[in-house]
Ligand binder design. Structure first.
Ligand code: SAM
Ligand code: SF4
Length: 339
């Protein structure tokens, strides 16, 4: 049975935040100090993640699972969870193109330790990797992430490609006055290494509350800058995928933009999220959470969990309201929700 919300959107994609912890402190995501980490006992175990993922995939036909965080790779033995998730099967009678197969398994990572894990992830059944990289300049990298790790992240990208992940995508959060001067350089870097760069509009989910509308560099401006250097043509229809995509006319690959602020794609959204402590959220910007961990730890059976998931999805709102005065900023940061 598909999971369909009250606006007719079918849920196909579940993001699992496997930890709230991180080895970086990106300015647009976390404060420099003072993050309160969840006690280990409050974070879902691999068995609990697997149980919930099984309900989403095998009952509801969710065909994409993305591991995120915090930084997912700081969770010890993560390939063990990947291996468990790779055993799940999308129902054969589902409308998904993956019916009868394992779900698409992906990860979003800062890449700093990916060299150490790439092969293990590949062997465990991980399909795709997105690595975040906002600048090619070491000092700026240190300023943004508060860690001097540019070389390790670049090496993590190489390691992902060497391990056979294809395509590797590179996530770039663009912030005006910070890295908007590097849009063309980052696009060129993606072309040179054969990775799709996806520019992400800066969203109001930073811990320090320094988000301002003026700091958002919108999709039109990003695309104009890239196209002036490397002519582009749009790739039609993104379906439920968050990125709008373009093809370089000279055959140099593709580039994407995730225009969450200037062109929200809520009408096509097929995503839901599970936080590290087992709170179910139907939108990045939702103010409501559904406590699946409490239910599991109070011995709820799968039917009860499935009913709660359906109830939450039934309440999924039409869309976020970043651009409206009624917008209420979520009290959690991106790292706590799972980006
Ligand atoms: N630690 C991993 C990483 O950085 O890739 C995964 C978690 S991170 C929260 C997921 C994605 O959200 C990253 O690509 C990150 O750049 C992006 N992100 C974080 N804060 C953001 C914000 N305020 N606006 C837009 N994107 C943001
Ligand atoms: Fe950590 Fe990712 Fe947030 Fe940066 S964006 S602080 S790497 S969770």
């Amino acid at each position: 049975m598909d999971l369909i919300d009250s606006f007719g959107r079918t849920i196909r994609d579940l993001r699992l935040s496997v930890t709230d912890r991180c080895n970086f402190r990106c300015t647009y995501c976390m404060p420099e100090e003072g993050m309160q980490w969840l006690p280990r006992s409050e974070v879902l175990t691999f068995e609990e993640f697997e149980r919930l993922a099984r309900i989403f995939v095998e009952r509801f036909g969710v065909d994409g699972l993305r591991l995120t965080g915090g930084e997912p790779t700081v969770r010890a033995h993560l390939p063990v969870l990947v291996r468990k998730l790779a055993q799940l099967r999308v129902p054969a009678d589902s409308a998904s193109p993956l019916a009868g197969h394992k779900p698409d398994l992906s990860i979003t990572t800062n890449g700093a330790t990916f060299r150490l894990l790439a092969h293990e992830f590949r062997d465990a059944g991980l399909d795709r990797v997105n690595i975040s990289l906002d600048t090619l300049q070491p000092e700026k990298f240190l300023r943004i992430t508060r860690r001097d790790d540019l070389a390790r992240v670049l090496d993590g990208i190489t390691a992902a490609q060497e391990a056979g992940f294809s395509p590797v995508k590179i996530n770039v959060v663009v912030e005006r006055g910070v890295n908007d001067d590097e849009i063309v350089d980052l696009a060129r870097f993606g072309r040179e290494i054969g990775a799709e760069v996806r520019f992400i509009e800066f969203m109001p989910l930073d811990a320090s509350g320094h988000w301002l509308n003026e700091k958002v560099v919108g999709q039109d401006e990003i695309v104009a800058k890239v196209a002036a250097a490397f002519p582009l043509e749009p790739i039609p229809s993104r379906g439920a995928a968050p990125a709008d995509r373009w093809r370089y006319l000279d055959g140099g690959g593709t580039v994407g933009v995730i225009p969450s602020v200037t062109k929200p794609f809520c009408g096509d959204c097929d995503r839901v999220r599970l936080t590290a402590e087992g709170q179910f959220r139907t939108c990045l910007f939702a103010n409501d959470e559904f406590d699946l961990r409490a239910m599991m730890r109070a011995d709820a059976d799968d039917d009860q969990l499935a009913a709660e998931i359906q109830r939450a999805v039934g309440l999924k709102w039409a869309g976020h309201q970043i651009n409206q005065v009624t917008f209420v900023r979520p009290s959690r940061t991106m790292s706590q929700i799972g980006g």
